[in-house]
Design a protein around this ligand. Structure first.
Ligand SMILES: CC(C)[C@H](C(=O)O)[C@@H](O)C(=O)O
Ligand code: SF4
Length: 471
């Protein structure tokens, strides 16, 4: 019998990055791009110093401040006192190792996973790592991008290589066409609700199907961002004309003849027609409605026209207990719908949903309306470039006229390790990716949704989606 030599997109990237087979399924791989931020790099640089090593490939290392940085308008690297040390340590480490740092006032500054695609650092067919779990975002560009731990950050700094076990391959096919008011965020939340938070463990995920091909790059980045929320190591979309159009002319992308060569190579990377996956999942997008989470795990999600589950109906005692605890933490009662629940904060931002198309979708909902009196609304663009582009389109004016705060770029209220957080006991509808206890501040209550749903809720003052607001 002839051997099936067909390869998936992932197999092709893997094979072209192996430096050496170490043992069993462990390999040494080349790292093409290494993103570094102030939150997770300090200990890695310290380890480098202890072993008297220097950064191996400064030209493949890209550093930026984003997490522990104020997003207050007019901020400096010192505005948030708790972040001063982190920011100045990264400055010092970059200076010591001749690394270029994208500092708070650099026009390229922004959330690490927003700027990597935007600047053309994340390229199809490459390996990209960062000491940050949502590095998978960059998979939307057609690269294999994943988050690494601090000791691995030190290893990559010192060697530009990484030890890896070969992950399993999953394909998620999004079929059909999503309806009105349904965005990439709703697609990925719906998937996580269907398969559960552990479904991706040990896998890299290829997102495919007509609904993925129909998305712009920014929607693909949103989908890949939340691969981590169902346990996958990474997620990606094979590159196509949408990718190449987006990348052409980006500052760090290849130019001229090199660009043409690169595009011809990138076109060869797609999974072969009969390539085998370890697992396949199919989703019919026509059934997806706008999604909002009701619990403390991203799989606790439903559309607003569905009633919340009743723990009494859940047979599995572990799941029943988890739902009871989530309801108690979030102040929810079974049987009551999520729609109509008053919120205190509406946050549009994070590496999941802070790109221009996200702000445009939110602005369409907000235009000519006002944020409800009981709500604090924040819009935090993912990068200075997004912020400037939005301002050039007048989106900032739409938001500020409506009563939203228009802030500088950074992680902001997604993680609450800076000056943006939700007060204890307060409820926030958020376009970010994590809803576990305390994520947006001690005792904060989070409901994840798309930017359009966050905007609609901000205006209504109670949880609703775009269609609910307009009807
Ligand atoms: C701070 C950082 C280590 C963390 C991560 O790795 O994901 C953060 O970005 C997050 O989203 O929780
Ligand atoms: S925006 Fe949130 S999820 Fe993204 S890198 Fe920052 S803290 Fe992590």
């Amino acid at each position: 019998m002839e051997q099936n030599t067909s390869q998936t997109f992932f197999d092709k990237i893997w094979d072209s990055h192996v430096i050496r087979h170490i043992e069993d399924d462990v390999y040494l791989l080349h790292v093409d791009r290494h993103m570094v931020h102030e939150c997770t790099s300090g200990a890695a640089f310290a380890a480098l110093k202890r072993s008297d090593r220097r950064v191996h490939s400064a030209d493949l290392t890209y550093s930026v401040v984003d997490h522990i940085l104020s997003t207050a308008p007019g901020r400096t690297g010192e505005t948030f006192p708790g972040g001063r040390e982190f920011v100045s340590l990264l400055r010092k480490n970059c200076a010591e190792h001749d690394l270029e740092l994208i500092d708070f006032d650099d026009p390229r500054q922004g959330i690490v996973h927003v700027i990597a695609p935007e600047l053309g650092i994340a390229l199809p067919g490459t390996t990209l790592v960062c000491g940050d779990s949502h590095t998978s975002t960059c998979g939307g560009m057609g690269c294999w991008a994943w988050g690494i731990g601090t000791s691995e950050v030190a290893h990559v700094l010192a060697t530009q290589s990484i030890l890896q076990r070969r992950p399993k391959r999953m394909r998620v096919n999004f079929h059909g066409k999503a309806g009105e008011g349904v965005y990439a965020k709703d697609m990925i939340l719906h998937l996580i609700g269907q398969v559960g938070v552990a479904a991706g463990q040990g896998h890299t995920v290829e997102y495919a199907g007509s609904a993925i091909r129909g998305l712009g790059i920014e929607g693909r980045l949103t989908i890949c961002n939340m691969s981590i929320e169902f346990g996958a190591k990474a997620g990606f979309v094979a590159p196509d004309d949408v990718t190449f159009e987006y990348l052409a002319g980006k500052p760090y992308a290849p130019q001229g003849q090199l660009w043409d060569q690169a595009v011809s190579h990138w076109r060869t990377l797609c999974s072969d027609a009969d390539a085998a996956f370890d697992r396949e999942v199919d989703i019919d997008c026509s059934t997806i409605r706008p999604q909002v989470t009701w619990g403390t795990s991203p799989e606790d999600v439903s559309s607003l026209d569905q009633p919340l589950p009743d723990p009494a109906d859940i047979a599995d005692p572990v799941r029943r207990r988890a739902i009871e605890e989530a309801f108690s933490y979030l102040g929810l009662e079974p049987g009551k719908p999520l729609a109509g629940l008053p919120v205190d904060v509406a946050f549009i931002g994070s590496c999941t949903n802070s790109r221009l198309s996200d702000l445009e979708a939110a602005a369409r909902v907000v235009k000519g309306r006002r944020v409800a009196a009981n709500v604090r609304g924040l819009v935090v663009p993912g990068s200075a470039e997004v912020r400037n582009a939005a301002q050039a389109m007048g989106l900032d004016k739409i938001f500020t006229d409506a009563g939203f705060e228009w802030r500088e770029a950074g992680c902001s209220m997604c993680v609450a390790i800076n000056d943006d957080f939700v007060d204890p006991g307060k409820r926030c509808i958020s376009s970010s990716n994590r809803n576990f206890e305390g994520r947006q501040g001690p005792k904060s209550r989070t409901h994840l949704a798309s930017p359009a749903t966050v905007a609609a809720t901000a205006v209504a003052g109670v949880i609703t989606d775009e269609c609910g607001l307009l009807s």
